[in-house]
Design a protein around this ligand. Structure first.
Ligand SMILES: Nc1ncnc2c1ncn2[C@@H]1O[C@H](COP(=O)(O)OP(=O)(O)OP(=O)(O)O)[C@@H](O)[C@H]1O
Length: 520
């Protein structure tokens, strides 16, 4: 849950791409870690009691056996740790990683069956899965091989000592010093203590598994720590910027804005950066990659002052010194060639991405709504799809939107027949598979109309729609919403927006009124 909620760590971990399979670490590694840790704690406690109980007995019969036991178990532990330790731990770590990769490759096929079938990519996918399987099996083979070596050592270690107590006690028995029963008593105590002192040798299999799980969980936690360190760094950076312009920082990193601005600061925050509402053509090649963060402010409109944005790998500047402002009631269409950074701009506005420089003023996150190109269809009912991200079980959801509202929203996007087709608003389906791409986009528009935010951000949200549907939805959008920013490629969208921001070649952009827009 922390991964999902804290400062959207799930998004950053995925964008970083440094941590493999966090899902497996959370689901399986955590449960095995807890189970194995409990087993080991119980075992250590019982062996500790054995040591206390039997050392006294053995010491009273033959103290030299206690010395032999200590020396022998130290030797066994050193050989186990040095000879087998790091290798078996690495193999077990790899086993967890490769098993997770293999499972993920199967899940990817399940999630993309249609695309794979259209491409006829079965052989390619089968070969990829086989590769993952082969690497998992190869690792298991190596584990078996090393386990065989270790079992051999383990047996030798255990049985080499079997007659030692008898050898030490036998002369005393034959000289009448001790009775026969003392021999078996000595042997019993000796082996109980040997088991207890050699816990690392005898339980090495579980311990090496536990070490591998611990290492995987530790790297997950340190990735989360790094992430929160980055967030703190960003806050500190934003703190400096904000105090310079008189802002009040209050960031819990979630649904609230990064900076909370007191109303009296809203207009003053950017007063030193007066914007000119005029056609802007900027073509700058940056001399150095900006290494800081974009400063964020809350305001009624959308204002960008000298904003530069980096790609997630921090290696490339997508654009520099982007300046424009939208007052409430104005809308913007962002156009430009693929890969120029249009979605990255929306990510920055949404607060999902902050690496770059400049100042970005936008409304409160709770007043905005984002529509990605591929709508997210959560698991659940048709009602859940419409209300997302509000939980339909939430009592506020039903008081805010009656079933009548939901039917009306569906009618607006021309999906009025959908409930009857799928079995009502309570029907549960795999919606990404059940609905066409265009239907999913229309459903996302219905979701947007139901939430009726002040500002909407649409990233090619109508790309799968025919021209008629797209026109209808944009007409509705312009009537229902105060402001919106769309990313799109079709010039037919220009008429629904007040301004156009057009990215051209590398680092070049143009901001103009729609009447001045000339497509190149
Ligand atoms: N995780 C990442 N690591 C490195 N580079 C990335 C990452 N994500 C995106 N990029 C790069 O950032 C650039 C901008 O991506 P973005 O998605 O903003 O482009 P776009 O203009 O929206 O493209 P399109 O019109 O094709 O959707 C692209 O060149 C892309 O390859």
């Amino acid at each position: 849950m922390v991964v999902l909620q804290a400062n959207r760590a799930y998004f950053d971990l995925k964008m970083d791409g440094k941590l493999d399979n966090p899902d497996q670490r959370i689901c399986e590694d955590v449960s095995s870690f807890v189970r194995n840790t409990l087993d080991i704690i119980i075992l250590i406690s019982s062996q500790f009691l054995n040591i206390i109980g039997f050392t006294g007995v053995l010491w009273s019969i033959a103290p030299e056996l206690v010395y032999i036991l200590i020396g022998y178990s130290v030797l066994g532990t050193v050989v186990t740790v040095k000879g087998f330790g790091s290798r078996l731990m690495r193999l077990k770590f790899q086993a967890l990683q490769r098993e997770a990769d293999f499972r993920y490759s199967l899940v990817r096929v399940r999630d993309n069956v249609e695309s794979i079938a259209f491409y006829g990519g079965e052989n390619h996918e089968a070969a990829t899965i086989k590769k993952f399987l082969a690497s998992m099996v190869a690792n298991f083979r190596e584990i078996i091989l090393w386990n065989r070596h270790f079992s051999l050592f383990n047996n030798v270690y255990e049985y080499a000592m079997i007659i030692v107590p008898s050898i030490v006690i036998a002369p005393r028995y034959f000289s009448g010093e001790v009775q026969f029963g003392v021999i078996s008593q000595t042997g019993f105590a000796f082996h109980r203590i040997l088991n207890a002192l050699s816990i690392i040798v005898f339980k090495f299999d579980s311990l090496s598994g536990l070490a591998a799980q611990t290492e995987r969980l530790e790297s997950l936690l340190s990735a989360l720590d790094d992430h929160s360190g980055d967030v703190r760094l960003m806050k500190r950076h934003l703190g400096k910027t904000s105090s310079a312009i008189g802002l009040n920082i209050d960031n819990d990193g979630d649904d609230t804005p990064l900076l909370n601005m007191r109303p009296e600061h809203i207009s003053s925050g950017l007063s030193s950066h007066t914007m000119k509402r005029e056609t802007n053509v900027v073509n700058i090649v940056p001399e150095a990659v900006p290494s800081g963060y974009i400063s964020r402010e809350v305001g009624p409109g959308l204002v960008l002052k000298d904003v530069s944005i980096l790609t997630p790998n921090l290696k490339t500047v997508l654009f520099t010194d982007l300046n424009f402002q939208l007052a409430p009631g104005e809308s913007l269409l962002v156009m430009g060639p693929s890969g120029c950074g249009k979605s990255s701009l929306l990510r920055a506005i949404a607060g999902l991405w902050s690496r770059g420089s400049g100042i970005l003023q936008s409304p409160l996150r709770s007043e905005t709504f984002f529509l990605p190109q591929k709508p997210y269809m959560p698991l659940g009912t048709l009602r859940d799809q419409l209300l997302f991200p509000v939980l339909s079980s939430n009592s506020n959801a039903s008081s805010m939107h009656s079933d009548g509202d939901l039917y009306e929203a569906l009618e607006e996007v021309k999906l009025q027949e959908l409930p009857a087709r799928v079995g009502g608003l309570g029907a549960v389906k795999d919606w990404s598979d059940t609905l066409s791409a265009g239907e999913q986009q229309r459903l996302a528009f219905a979701r947007l109309f139901l939430h009726s935010p002040k500002v909407a951000f649409l990233d090619e949200a109508s790309s799968a729609l025919d021209a008629n549907n797209e026109t209808r939805l944009y007409e509705l959008l312009s009537k229902k919403l105060e402001a919106y920013v769309s990313v799109g490629h079709r010039t037919s969208l220009v008429k629904f927006h007040t301004f156009v921001l057009e990215f051209r070649d590398y680092h070049s952009w143009k901001f103009c009124h729609r009447n001045e827009f000339v497509s190149i």
